[in-house]
Design a protein around this ligand. Structure first.
Ligand code: GLC
Length: 578
């Protein structure tokens, strides 16, 4: 299924831990995580055994979309610290042998970015407007948006501006052009036809490469180029699978299927246009000027896997998040198909396959896998929704994680999944901050439930997240039992399971192994990963226990084994006896 990768660059086999800065650790006591709070806690990650950290955005931002609305790409938001704090974080991580990947947000800026403010001030036809996607409206007086595109967060993807903000009697009357925003209205899309935009982002890459970062996670990598003429589209975009409120359509992805051919191939006029690849070739050339194996990883919600593989051709990015694996339902045949399909598509272009189960945009997998319907899951869960089965979810999550960490390639771990943290599923609606919550008229709860501040100490106020006990979102009560100080003491804790798995993965070089799908029962995923020695990874998704193959030694299991049988929703790594 997949050949071994010898003497590979670090990113081909790395386990990369996602830090969500506002919720990892707070040093200054304001209840919002910050860079010094991360630096203080990097030991936890070194001990966990990961190879790198990826930091979600910490740049200067009005925080309308938790920092994915960047006002200054070359500065740290005061909420998170200073540039000196970023330097200190990078230095400390490197001392501990951890690489550092930062987030790059090239599809849009904040509306508070100096470029956008200038675009508003300079008016139609100006050079400043040409950096964004301004268009005249339709209708008799330009009162209709330029096309029918919807924002990923809900509502129209267009907002109208006023061209005469200071005229007496008409101040802020919206009588002007419209600008495109695939996300919130505070996140205007950049115009990637503009050479200035290209120059600026190459320069931003250099700014951070010069500061020593090892790579970039590229936000909405499939969105930068839009179809010429911005044609209307009958489909509906969503971050996360959900139900279209108006039309009752069921959406399978960011890109929902509709009757048109483009949608069937997973393409809408706003996403996955061929032109994006030129941009990544330019960036690759910049990274290649630097030593130290710097890397780019694409956040591209693109289907099918063959289209995604185009982003990781030899002269483009190094990795792309494997969301196909993340959205696969808890079903052995579906998982086998996703694993085999992922290797086939990536091997064809010589790229590593990445594996991911959770991030800051989806319901945590310890909760997702406890829902009646597994798969991509809803966009958030609220108190009045059917609650996930916590025990089932955790059991499956541990099995899913052990399966994932046994696969060759690179794996992503989202902060807190090493503690088995569930989603906050009963968050008070008044506390919600995700723009999707507002923009969908509360039809979607949004992503706050997977972004709650981490627990560190069970007996401390705010579970040790902050010296004052403050936390910008409340932590679920169940989390005090899940704090690392408690899990340290428990041999069967999720934290110790992750540590053991990561140590074994490193010892056996599983990231670089050859992969073979083994014949197994219908409800079983079984693979052999051969690097230093052959390690067999088996996950039982069926209702009945299955017999373990004879002649094997158990290296690690996601739950208790029953003699020589593997219980339901349990995974195991076995070493073949010579
Ligand atoms: C990406 C981010 C998400 C953000 C969006 C807009 O999908 O992961 O958190 O809201 O882009 O930048």
């Amino acid at each position: 299924m997949h050949r071994p990768t010898a003497d590979a660059e670090w990113w081909r086999t790395a386990v990369i831990y996602q830090v969500y800065p506002r919720s990892f650790g707070d040093a200054d006591g304001d209840g919002i995580g910050d860079l010094p709070g991360i630096t203080e806690r990097l030991d936890h990650l070194a001990r966990l055994g990961v190879d790198a950290v990826w930091l979600s955005p910490f740049y200067r931002s009005p925080q309308k979309d938790a920092g994915y609305d960047v006002a200054d790409y070359r500065d740290v938001d005061p909420l998170f610290g200073t540039l000196a704090d970023a330097d200190a974080l990078i230095a400390r991580a490197h001392e501990l042998g951890l690489r550092v990947v930062v987030d790059l947000v090239p599809n849009h800026t904040s509306d508070q970015h100096v470029w956008f403010r200038q675009a508003l001030a300079d008016g139609p036809g100006s050079a400043a407007r040409a950096r964004y996607m301004f268009r005249e409206g339709g209708g008799e007086r330009g009162e209709e948006p330029p096309n029918n595109w919807q924002s990923v967060f809900g509502g129209s993807a267009w907002t109208r501006v006023s061209e005469r903000p200071d005229a007496p009697g008409s101040s802020w009357e919206r009588d002007g052009q419209w600008y495109l925003h695939l996300f919130d209205s505070s996140q205007p899309d950049l115009n990637w036809d503009s050479p200035e935009v290209h120059d600026e982002f190459r320069s931003i890459l250099r700014f951070w490469l010069d500061r020593g970062v090892d790579g970039f996670r590229v936000d909405v990598a499939h969105g930068l180029v839009k179809a010429p003429g911005l044609p209307d589209w009958a489909g509906h975009v969503r971050m996360v699978e959900g139900t279209d409120v108006e039309e009752g359509l069921s959406d399978g992805d960011v890109i929902a299927p509709d009757a048109s051919d483009d949608a069937v191939t997973g393409r809408s006029p706003m996403f996955d246009q061929d032109g994006v690849h030129e941009i990544y070739r330019e960036w690759r050339a910049v990274l290649d000027e630097y030593d130290g194996e710097r890397m780019l990883v694409a956040e591209a919600w693109v289907e099918p896997l063959e289209r995604l593989a185009l982003y990781v051709r030899p002269d483009e990015m190094h990795q792309a998040f494997n969301f196909d694996f993340l959205v696969t339902r808890w079903d052995a045949a579906a998982l086998r198909a996703s694993i085999a399909g992922s290797y086939a598509a990536n091997d064809a272009v010589g790229a590593p396959t990445s594996w991911v189960l959770s991030n800051h945009d989806v319901v945590r997998h310890a909760s997702r896998l406890g829902l009646a319907e597994t798969g991509k899951g809803p966009n958030g869960i609220g108190a009045e929704d059917t609650q996930p089965d916590a025990e089932l979810g955790l059991r499956r999550a541990r099995a899913a994680s052990l399966l994932m960490l046994g696969l060759a390639g690179s794996a992503y771990v989202y902060q807190g999944e090493e503690l088995g943290l569930p989603e906050h599923t009963t968050l008070d609606d008044s506390l919600r901050q995700d723009p999707a919550w507002w923009r969908t008229g509360h039809a979607e709860k949004g992503r706050d439930g997977c972004r709650v501040p981490l627990p560190w100490r069970s007996d401390a106020p705010g579970l040790g997240f902050s010296p004052t006990g403050r936390t910008w979102l409340p932590q679920p009560e169940s989390w005090s039992e899940l704090a690392p100080d408690v899990q340290e003491q428990q041999e069967d804790s999720t934290l110790r399971l992750y540590r053991r798995a990561l140590a074994l993965r490193a010892e056996h070089r599983l990231g670089a192994g050859a992969m073979e799908l083994l014949p197994a029962g219908e409800d079983v995923v079984a693979v052999r990963n051969t690097a230093r020695a052959a390690v067999v990874v088996i996950a039982n998704l069926g209702a009945e226990p299955v017999a373990l193959p004879a002649g094997h030694e158990v290296l690690v299991a996601s739950g208790p084994l029953d003699g020589d049988t593997l219980p339901t929703d349990t995974a195991v790594w076995l070493r073949e006896r010579a």
